[in-house]
Design a protein around this ligand. Structure first.
Ligand code: HEM
Length: 426
């Protein structure tokens, strides 16, 4: 096999399969060979150039003119005619939001919509996150066993995301059903027969997002990031467009929900796999913020992101022609020995843990990063205080096959209820 430059494709590059179990279980380990031997390679299976080292990926994030984010929400697996017809029948037209918007449109929009993400604005959500975390733990604390994903970590970030966006309470239940379909549609490889079902779910999600937006427009003074956008549209109609609002109503839910739900599950799994680190944060909760960064570095919930080369470039010594699509494996960059000493070691005291690229970098860096951090910190504060004796149950972890959004589908933990601290100290 040869790549687009005519060079033969190596054995490793030909075998690269981001939908297979090897990548799903441990992306940085799966790509160790590439970081060491062939840091930039062409994947014939994907039709993407794959970039694996920290410095190369950071440089790509830094230059969003040469490396356009416009393909960030494109379907990585092109769908067949039948699925396309289904999507069209729903009027599906997901377009530019923020994450896939080019300059010069992107920065003015990002600036216009930033205020709800400032630390002062986010403080307002903290009591709700804590209340939800407590309520959910109350439901299972006397059971001695729980699937933390099914029983808490999927739902709480979803509820927080809907509150943050401003979704009316009576629409919350319907929205719960749709989000995963967008992930599979965008970053997954559904089989031909699944594509049609996914397309129906995505089409319904799109239409529902439109109806919610109409409701929001009727009550634009209500709280929420979307209502903030609707108010800004009156002032800056060219910057905050209708297409943006509809697309963001759908994509924003996934951006705020699945990323954080998965990150929380990854973090708790990782900490329980390292009992010494878990005991340290139980004894001293002031270690939690850096532990969260180290979890995001070591086992982040966004494993890879995408860019489009707008001109001929050289990345890590490899010539890449204009028009090439790049899959930049941030989870691999986060295990690059050139940047992180003893990179595979999980060390909650690591002083450069927050250099990780899980939130991206540069002008598109995640706007919601502090909301996500707050949620993760609160979950850990609650678990370390109320269930410090919690342990991982025996299980095999499974993941929804896709290139980018990564977290275990279930996370079974167990504990001895008679040792619950609040039984001794009610
Ligand atoms: C952008 C990851 C949580 C909203 C991004 C990007 C990544 C990312 C990789 C693209 C960065 C780039 O291109 O440089 C994550 C992770 C999260 C998380 C790992 C949780 C652990 C959230 C939350 C929100 C959010 C809670 C809340 C709404 C956004 C927005 C952008 C973005 C609006 C687009 C920013 C822009 O293009 O200017 N995120 N995210 N994210 N994220 Fe997050």
């Amino acid at each position: 096999q040869s790549g687009p430059t005519g060079c033969p494709v190596s054995h490793g590059a030909a075998g690269f399969d981001p939908f297979g179990d090897g990548y799903q279980q441990d992306p940085p380990e799966y790509l160790r060979w590439a970081r060491e031997q062939e840091p930039v390679f062409y994947s014939p299976q994907l039709g993407y150039w794959v970039v694996t080292r920290f410095d190369d990926i950071k440089a790509i994030f830094r230059d969003n003119l040469t490396f356009s984010p416009s393909i960030a929400l494109e379907k990585i697996t092109p769908t067949g005619d039948e699925a396309n017809a289904v999507l069209a029948s729903y009027g599906f037209a997901l377009n530019r939001t923020l994450v896939n918007e080019d300059e010069p449109a992107h920065m003015p929009r990002r600036r216009a919509l930033m205020q709800p993400f400032t630390p002062e604005a986010l403080k307002h959500h903290e009591p709700m996150v804590r209340r939800l975390a407590r309520e959910y733990v109350d439901r299972f604390i006397d059971d001695g066993r729980a699937d933390l994903v099914d029983q808490m970590l999927w739902e709480v970030p979803l509820t927080v995301a809907m509150h943050f966006l401003g979704v009316p309470a009576d629409d919350m239940d319907t929205l719960r059903r749709y989000s995963i379909a967008h992930t599979v549609n965008t970053w997954g490889r559904p089989r031909a027969e699944e594509q049609v079902a996914v397309a129906h779910a995505v089409g319904n999600f799109w239409q529902h997002a439109g109806r919610i937006l109409d409701k929001m427009r009727a009550d634009p003074d209500a709280e929420g990031w979307m209502q903030y956008g609707i108010r800004k549209q009156k002032e800056l109609p060219e910057v905050v467009t209708d297409s943006y609002l509809h697309s963001m109503m759908m994509a924003g839910l996934v951006a705020a929900h699945e990323t954080t739900a998965n990150a929380s599950a990854n973090a708790i799994k990782l900490l329980l796999q390292h009992p010494k680190a878990w005991q340290e944060i139980c004894a001293d909760p002031s270690l939690i913020p850096n532990a969260v960064e180290e979890c995001l570095r070591h086992n982040g919930s966004v494993a890879a992101w995408r860019r489009l080369a707008t001109k001929d470039v050289v990345i890590g010594g490899q010539a890449i022609p204009a028009g090439s699509k790049l899959l930049i494996i941030t989870s691999s960059a986060n295990h690059d020995e050139q940047h992180f000493v003893d990179a595979d070691l999980f060390d909650i005291h690591r002083d450069n843990a927050s250099d990780h690229l899980t939130f991206g970098y540069g002008s598109h860096q995640c706007m919601g990063k502090n909301l996500a951090r707050m949620e993760m910190q609160i979950f850990l504060e609650e678990f370390t205080r109320r269930l410090p004796h919690m342990q991982l149950a025996e299980q095999r972890f499974t993941y929804v096959p896709n290139t980018s959004f990564r977290g275990p589908e279930h996370l079974w933990v167990q504990w001895d209820v008679s040792r619950n601290p609040e039984r001794a100290n009610p």
